[in-house]
Write a protein that binds this ligand. Structure first.
Ligand code: COI
Length: 354
């Protein structure tokens, strides 16, 4: 058992840093020089190692490949204007990771590995953190089942990895979204609140259909009536009605408890915008659009940050927005950016020094 974190560190012989064009960083395409790797066996986390980013040697019978016992997180590190490296709210992602682990019948990862391991890894690769508007170092912790037997049962062994990816914006432009009413992402009692790999794999068909119709993503609706709004693929969603913002509640366990969602709620309240976490139907949204009450709508997520939605289509009805004239979403985004850049005081204690 790891009482005190002992991380074996093996450094690369030659960094790849100079091979990357930091002005062109598509999301998740490039990875830094090092990664963290830990293995769980006999009921304990036994080894923690930081080593050169490299392929894994895995057996074809690997349990995760067959039954999807795999979870992940998305976190970001920034360099502030003084050049210091900070991670945004990693404790919240750490807690959520272990909530996902519990739902998927996987062991928790200890804080010393998840948080301290992440800090050590970033410390080593901190020259990879971009310092540019909407750019960051995306941190991808992942855990998956590594038993090599194909009976359907929780694995006895697991691998935990942390990868780092310097990245630009996920959605560079305001989005066009399609309200989904055929496919379902999550139902109460299911795994919608967990960040398990299958939730994303299962979303791809609906996203592909939306893309073929000219949309960037779908807005998921509930499994029974297809009328209660849940989340956009890869993001939580906020609807602004004048000086009030509504976001679907977490109560039914069908949406992800986004860390950016929580940060946005805090900032909105600080701005004097009332936040309502509750059920909201597509009918209510359409009525609010028709009466002029629905003034802005945007997605929030670690990868996506704050992404305005310029078009929302339900059946054959399309709601259109002039995002250039919005007040709330750009103000929230600026406030978050200022905190990350060290320009505004971090009064909520969100920025953790590497
Ligand atoms: C994130 O926002 O970090 C996500 O995990 C969404 C997506 C890129 C999978």
């Amino acid at each position: 058992m790891i009482d005190e974190l002992e991380i074996q560190i093996t450094k690369v012989e030659r960094s790849k840093l100079n091979e990357i064009d930091f002005n062109h960083l598509p999301f998740g395409k490039y990875f830094t020089d090092h990664m963290l790797e830990a293995d769980y066996e006999d009921g304990e986390w036994k080894s923690v190692e930081i080593k050169p980013y490299q392929p894994l040697l895995l057996e074809p019978s690997l349990a995760a490949l067959h039954y999807g016992q795999a979870i992940f997180e998305g976190i970001k590190a920034y360099k502030n204007n003084a050049g210091e490296a900070y991670i945004f709210r990693p404790q919240d992602n750490f807690k959520r990771f272990n909530i996902s682990a519990d739902r998927m019948e996987m062991p928790p990862v200890p804080e010393e590995i998840f948080i301290e391991g992440m800090r050590k890894l970033i410390e080593l690769d901190k020259n990879w953190i971009p310092h540019k508007y909407d750019y960051s170092l995306y941190i991808r912790p992942i855990m998956f089942a590594t038993d090599t037997t194909i009976g359907v049962k929780p694995s006895d062994t697991y691998k935990f990895l942390i990868l780092l990816s310097p990245t630009g914006p996920y959605y560079a432009n305001p989005m066009k979204i399609y309200v989904e009413e055929i496919y379902t992402r999550a139902a109460p009692g299911g795994v919608g609140f967990a960040k398990n790999a299958g939730n994303y794999g299962g979303s791809l068909k609906a996203a592909a259909v939306a893309k073929s119709r000219g949309y960037d993503q779908v807005l998921w609706t509930d499994a029974f009536e297809h009328k209660w709004l849940q989340e956009v693929g890869t993001m939580n969603v906020f609807f602004v009605f004048g000086n009030k913002a509504i976001t679907p509640s977490l109560e039914e366990g069908t949406i992800l408890a986004g860390v950016t969602r929580d940060s946005v709620m805090t900032i909105l309240e600080e701005m004097g915008v009332k936040v309502e976490e509750r059920r909201i139907s597509i009918e209510e949204l359409i009525e609010a659009y028709k009466s002029g009450k629905l003034t802005e709508l945007f997605g929030t997520g670690t990868a996506a940050t704050i992404s305005p939605i310029k078009e929302l289509c339900y059946k054959d009805f399309t709601m259109k927005f002039e995002t250039e004239n919005w007040k709330i979403a750009p103000t929230v985004k600026k406030r978050l950016t200022d905190i990350r850049d060290g320009v505004a005081e971090d009064k909520f204690g969100w920025m953790i020094k590497v």
